[in-house]
Ligand binder design. Structure first.
Ligand SMILES: *Cc1c(COP(=O)(O)O)cnc(C)c1O
Length: 393
């Protein structure tokens, strides 16, 4: 069976009624036959059948033993950090999601958990940054917004030798393109807000663990701390996942087309897309994933921040907004948006130039997206693309 068929049919038909769509169990508690005698459910913070379907589904998609659904991606990340204790260290990818950076630094450092950041796309850096207290290696691959790729399989071997856990934030790739557990990771997290939900209409997070033992620990933390995903939002994520295969295929195809267009544009300095042969980690990307995703970043000639701001306000189909992974294409200017809180020198050193623009390529026709960028370039920089194909709206 193909993985698309498998995905669609791993969403169960309701055993009680035959309903083909998963029922939404909007309840807080469950009536018991006698004290402590129940049908497997006692209180909805601990278990909910709608959430349970999503948790089973993501575990299957990520080839893990257990899935646990949270109220946001950050709540999922938070639960994983809570596996650690004071004195433990995290070794994390330097180009990490800003919210994870804030959580590690502003919340957990005061509890005695320290974090070392390094460019994990170079294995040697990982070796050098390890210490005897490193208990968790934290990767994102691809990263945001410079789309660096780390060799998950190689780093999983290092984690194993070190006796520490490897967690991969798989938000950008999705399990359709990349399955970190199959590559040796212990834990996968997702902001299901992005590709899994897929329609920019919810906030949700997921954790998947390689072993049941680790999954039970995360579930214990979740029940103790309370950051569960609501039944209706669980249902929305399930519905999003139903079309994940199809959507990701199109996101990848259109993103490649957009990246190729940008590569030839005279106003563009550099294009970041792991699917381009010019990307420094293209070989690793090809080895460990089935496709290169829907996010493309680029910088402008002379690194003009002014032109970048002009450009992101001139696009019509690409809507100016944070977030990614939805049906509608989005554009953002990290230096003034997601990465504004990072000091400029530090931000530039991490590769986020003043003119860097990030695109989340949606499901509009790629031709229309390219035409939209062309007209925005012309307005913002006066530069026309070489193969001028400007379409009218
Ligand atoms: C958005 C995002 C998160 C945080 O998820 P929320 O659902 O917004 O809490 C974490 N990691 C990555 C890579 C993200 O893009």
């Amino acid at each position: 069976m193909s993985s698309a068929t498998e995905l669609i049919h791993s969403i169960p038909v309701d055993p009680l009624t035959g309903a083909i769509s998963v029922p939404i169990y909007q309840t807080s508690t469950y009536v018991q036959d006698a004290p402590g005698v129940n049908k497997g459910y006692d209180y909805a913070r601990s278990n909910n059948p709608t959430r349970g379907v999503l948790e089973q589904l993501i575990a299957e998609l990520e080839k893990g033993e257990m899935g646990i659904a949270f109220g946001s991606g950050l709540a999922a990340i938070d639960a994983v950090v809570k596996l650690l204790k004071s004195g433990d260290e995290i070794l994390a990818v330097d180009d990490i999601y800003g919210g994870a950076f804030r959580l590690f630094g502003s919340i957990y450092e005061k509890f005695g958990i320290t974090v070392t950041y390094t460019d994990t796309s170079n294995i040697e850096n990982v070796f050098n940054a390890l210490s005897s207290n490193t208990k968790l290696i934290w990767l994102e691959s691809p990263t945001n917004p410079t789309l660096k790729i780390s060799d998950i399989e190689a780093i999983a071997r290092i984690a194993k030798a070190q006796g520490c856990l490897l967690c991969v934030d798989n938000t950008f790739a999705s399990p359709v393109l990349q399955q970190p557990i199959a590559l040796g990771a212990d834990i996968v997290v997702h902001s299901a807000t992005k590709y899994l939900g897929g329609h920019s209409d919810l906030i949700a997070g997921l954790v998947v663990t390689k072993t049941k033992e680790l999954g039970e620990k995360i579930k214990y933390i979740q029940n103790a701390c309370g950051a569960i995903l609501a039944p209706f939002d669980s249902w929305l994520v399930i519905r999003g996942i139903e079309t994940l295969h199809l959507r990701i295929k199109q996101h990848c195809a259109s993103a490649l087309e957009v990246a190729r267009f940008l590569e030839t544009h005279p106003a563009v300095e550099k294009v970041f897309y792991p699917g381009l042969a010019t990307h420094p980690n293209h070989t690793v990307a090809k080895k460990q994933s089935k496709g290169f995703g829907g996010i493309v970043s680029f910088t402008l000639k002379n690194d003009s921040e002014e032109a970048a701001v002009q450009l992101v306000t001139q696009t019509r189909l690409f809507k100016l907004a944070e977030s990614l992974g939805g049906i509608k294409s989005l554009v953002s200017h990290p230096a003034n948006m997601t990465h504004k809180s990072i000091p400029a020198a530090k931000r530039r050193a991490a590769g986020v130039a003043d003119s860097l623009i990030r695109l989340s390529v949606g499901l509009e026709d790629a031709e229309d997206l390219v035409a939209d960028l062309e007209q925005a370039f012309e307005k913002a920089t006066g530069a026309k693309s070489k193969q001028s194909t400007v379409l009218s709206y």
